[in-house]
Design a protein around this ligand. Structure first.
Ligand code: 0A1
Ligand code: ZN
Length: 872
């Protein structure tokens, strides 16, 4: 023993995992049997694995079974006690002599102590699992990688009164009861799957049931399991599930492949939902809805997430990922599919605008910051950190571009070929691209750069008119990102139209595919300079820089027949004005002219009889602060906030009568889920928002009346949101009423936290501090943490307080939460990582908080990686 033996070793830095190092697994596990003796604080797990040497790999005699915090109580090899095994980190290693063996290992785990909510954990007395990405290794020793596919047999036994419902993947095959009050269930899933799709649920739950008959005549029993008392709020989720099953048959030719499909809703969940084979597990917020407690946006989110998880049955489960670098293979494609589904269920233009708004608010900042990564990353330390807007939303946009290039019919030939070729396999992004290439007949050689290069491409536009010819020149630049200083030109498909000023019409849309750094196109027959409408439908996820005049933007806002382009013109009109205002470039006369142009365009939108109210609402929403801040180097976020509020105030005053009329008109529309009624609700609160910026007293009166009259959560939340931003007596009254009215409903109390954390109130930061001490606040429920702190971090007016108090508050939270739930704590880091984009004073304060976190020795791998990358 040397004299260092008592010195604690510094923890080894987490290894960097590289995509290029992929090797096929040395051992395969065609079958696994799991036997659970369930209890909240000591669940015994016996796993029996049939292992086979992988002929396709360089045959190592050592079987590596990943484990995370597991202790092997007993190891058997081919039924015999075996002592010749060793631990390496958390993994269990066994040297095996033959080509096929049976390995049994027994462990005991404590679900009640599992605050990370990864693996098997307890939530409100129920047991449930979350295994993606690497949670299975917290349950049983196993080659926990997505390219090891096994047939699962699960047996579980537990106290019948505590756990009356026992669920796992696949089909129930046996059940029984013992005299001692325990009961058991056995489940068998015939479809080989990776360990991340394993699930188990045991608890006191009630089910709502329905059925779906597939196009080939299979009757599928559907059930949604919730806590007693919540079953009346499952109808919308069930309808969404049935609609998704039908849609996937019709649009992608994909049929469900088991006799039952179960969903369980759980209150404590790190993410939105999880696509475990035949047993999806959901965050309650994406299942439970009724008009009193859920907003229209909640209804839409439920429809989208239920569909997303269902669609994974093919894009994710039947064809899964070879390794976690391929995550966008399943996530990008499935997000595209859920977006297409929601577009078909409601208003396609509105859905497209919403999706682009999310992309710009969440993904563009990621792509321009220290955490930028390609949709297929090259390396990671903690894979949980790569469930990002880039992998999901940009991933969807990249595949959407394939639909633009091929057209939907040819794209479908590509996806058919993909499913046919790779069914039952663990595939790669390259496999997907190749299948689309072959099936749709596209050449995607250069297009593949979208998988490899990070950063939002920027396209600079110039349109020169000479004689009768308009010449359009496009120049693309892909900005440098961490580890990628130089970029090659991308394939950028831009749906484009040139409008004739005199007729207000164009001669037909063209698809311009930009492939070079710079390219020009000439268009003849224009006596006057035409008005350019480019990237219609947001056909490519790029930032267009076009020096359009206010006059042209107003023209497009009024005349463009592409609804997205119309929205875009409105946004651009406001962005150009506010960016110039924040940068101090506007004379008083220019400010007036800019405001008047915006005011006229808004007045035209308010008056246009051809618009439906849902779309009208989209056209009236001002660009968000984070999107605006993105356009300005070394931005002072408080100036963005102040200028945007000032514009709102001016519009509130100037168009006061119109906002009042709108509020009155929409308030008269009775509640229903029709598009008309939903549109009216959207506009009602929007009118209040503009009025509040102009005349707080009147807005407070109207908001309080809306609150008091509300027979649905959309109106109630909208009114309370406006009141929360005002210094008015109605604020406290309504907040207290809301809390009393919904006490005990966790999802609605989350709203109560969010509304205050996200408010425009000048003391929002103090409210957040007080709410952190509220009896209803807890660090152990991710929804509650997000409701308070993620909402706060997105509230630029409060988070970017000049003295750095907001940054400190978030850093305190990260440090407190990290030992409890590193996954959720790491999700709070990116707002601090934006420091390079912010003016030097605040940048320094943000960096200091990151450094303070980085100095803590025992950070989770999740937070360590995010903080380190954010400082680099
Ligand atoms: N595959 C799921 C997302 C998911 C990822 C990680 C989780 O645990 C930390 C949970 C869910 C989806 O895309 O819906
Ligand atoms: Zn997904």
């Amino acid at each position: 023993m040397n004299d260092l033996s008592n010195t604690p070793l510094a923890p080894a830095p987490a290894p960097v995992i590289n995509r290029a190092d992929y090797r096929p697994p040395a051992w395969l596990v065609p079958e696994i049997a799991l036997d659970f003796a369930l209890s909240l604080d000591a669940t015994r797990v016996k796993s029996t694995l049939k292992v086979e040497r992988n002929a396709a790999a360089d045959g190592s005699a050592t079987l590596r079974l990943n484990g995370d915090g597991l202790v092997a109580q007993e190891v058997l090899v081919d039924g015999q006690a075996h002592n010749d095994w060793r631990m390496e980190g958390g993994d269990l290693l066994i040297d095996l002599p033959g080509d096929a063996h049976e390995i049994s290992v027994e462990t005991v785990i404590n679900p009640a102590a599992n605050t990370q909510l990864s693996g098997l954990y307890a939530s409100n007395g129920m047991l449930c699992t979350q295994c993606e990405a690497e949670g299975f290794r917290r349950i049983a020793f196993f080659p926990d990688r997505p390219d090891v596919l096994s047939v699962y047999s699960v047996r579980m036994a537990g106290d019948k009164s505590a756990f009356p419902v026992l669920l796992s993947n696949g089909n129930p095959v046996a059940a029984g009861e013992a005299a001692d009050g325990t009961h058991l269930a056995e489940w068998h899933d015939p479809w080989p799957k990776p360990s991340y799709l394993f699930a188990l649920v045991a608890g006191d739950l009630v089910a709502t049931r329905d059925q779906f008959v597939t196009r080939s005549g299979r009757t599928v029993d559907l059930a949604i399991y919730v806590r007693a008392g919540d079953e009346a709020r499952t109808g919308h989720a069930m309808r969404s599930l049935i609609a998704s099953m039908k849609w996937d048959e019709e649009v992608y030719g994909r049929e469900y492949d088991l006799d039952l499909f179960n969903i369980v809703a759980v209150a404590d969940f790190n993410a939105g939902a999880m696509e475990n084979k035949g047993l999806n597990i959901f965050n309650t917020r994406y299942i439970l809805a009724d008009p009193e407690t859920a907003t229209d946006a909640d209804y839409d989110a439920i429809e989208g997430v239920v569909a997303h998880e269902y669609f994974h049955n093919w894009s994710g489960n039947r064809v899964t990922c070879r390794d976690w670098f391929q995550l966008s293979l399943k996530e990008g494609f499935t997000v595209l599919r859920d977006q297409q589904f929601s577009a078909d269920m409601g208003s396609a233009p509105v859905k497209r605008i919403e999706d682009v708004r999310i992309l710009r608010a969440a993904q563009f900042p990621e792509d321009s910051g220290p955490l930028a990564h390609p949709i297929r990353p090259d390396s990671y330390q903690e894979i949980s950190n790569f469930y990002t807007a880039t992998v999901y939303n940009k991933g969807a946009e990249v595949i959407r571009m394939m639909t633009v290039l091929a057209g939907l019919d040819r794209f479908r030939k590509g996806t058919d070929l993909y499913f046919e070729r790779h069914d039952g396999e663990a595939a790669t992004c390259e496999d997907f691209v190749k299948a689309i290439e072959d099936g749709a007949g596209l050449d995607l050689a250069q297009f593949r750069r979208w998988y490899a290069q990070a950063g939002t491409p920027r396209v600079d536009v110039s349109l020169v008119h000479e004689g009768e010819t308009a010449t359009l020149t496009l120049r693309q630049t892909v900005p440098p990102t961490p580890g990628q200083p130089e970029k090659l030109p991308m394939v950028i498909p831009l749906r484009t139209a040139l409008f004739d000023r005199a007729t207000g019409k164009h001669r037909g849309e063209e698809l311009l595919v930009l492939t070079e750094a710079e390219q020009s196109w000439a268009f003849d027959g224009f006596a006057q300079a035409p008005v350019l409408s480019i990237n219609r439908g947001f056909s490519a996820p790029v930032a267009i820089r076009s020096p359009s005049s206010n006059e042209d933007l107003v023209f497009l806002a009024e005349h463009d027949d592409d609804p997205f382009a119309r929205y875009e013109a409105m946004q651009q009109l406001v962005v150009q004005h506010l960016v110039a205002a924040v940068e101090g470039q506007l004379s008083d006369a220019e400010r007036d002219a800019g405001r008047r142009a915006i005011g006229d365009a808004i007045a035209a939108v308010l008056a246009d009889p051809a618009l439906d109210d849902l779309m009208r609402g989209e056209l009236l929403i001002l660009p968000g602060e984070s999107y605006l801040a993105e356009q300005i180097p070394a931005v002072d976020p408080s100036r963005v906030h102040d200028e945007r509020e000032a514009l709102k105030g001016w519009l509130g005053t100037t168009l006061g009568a119109a906002w009042r009329d709108l509020h009155d008109r929409c308030s008269a529309v009775p509640y229903s889920l029709s598009a008309e009624a939903r549109g009216a609700r959207k506009l009602k609160t929007l009118a209040l928002v503009f009025l509040a910026a102009a005349d707080a007293g009147e807005a407070a009166r109207r908001a309080k009346a809306q609150y008091d009259a509300a027979d649905n959560m959309t109106d109630r939340q909208g009114a309370l949101m406006v009141l929360c931003g005002l210094e008015t007596p109605e604020r406290a009254t309504a907040l207290a009423d809301f809390h009393d009215r919904f006490a005990g409903n966790m999802l609605v109390i989350d709203k109560w936290f969010s509304l205050q954390a996200g408010s425009l109130h000048p003391h929002a930061i103090d409210h957040v501090k007080a709410l952190a001490e509220h009896a209803d606040f807890t660090l152990t429920n991710p929804n509650r943490v997000r409701a308070l702190y993620i909402t706060f971090a997105a509230n630029a007016g409060a988070f970017h307080a000049a003295d750095g108090e907001g940054y400190k508050l978030l850093a305190d939270l990260i440090l407190q939460l990290d030992p409890i739930n590193g996954n959720v704590a790491a999700r709070c880091v990116p707002p601090l990582g934006r420091w390079r984009k912010v003016e030097p004073g605040r940048a320094k304060l943000m960096r200091e908080q990151l450094e303070r976190i980085a100095a803590v020795p025992d950070l989770s791998r999740d937070v360590r990686e995010q903080v380190t990358r954010s400082l680099e």
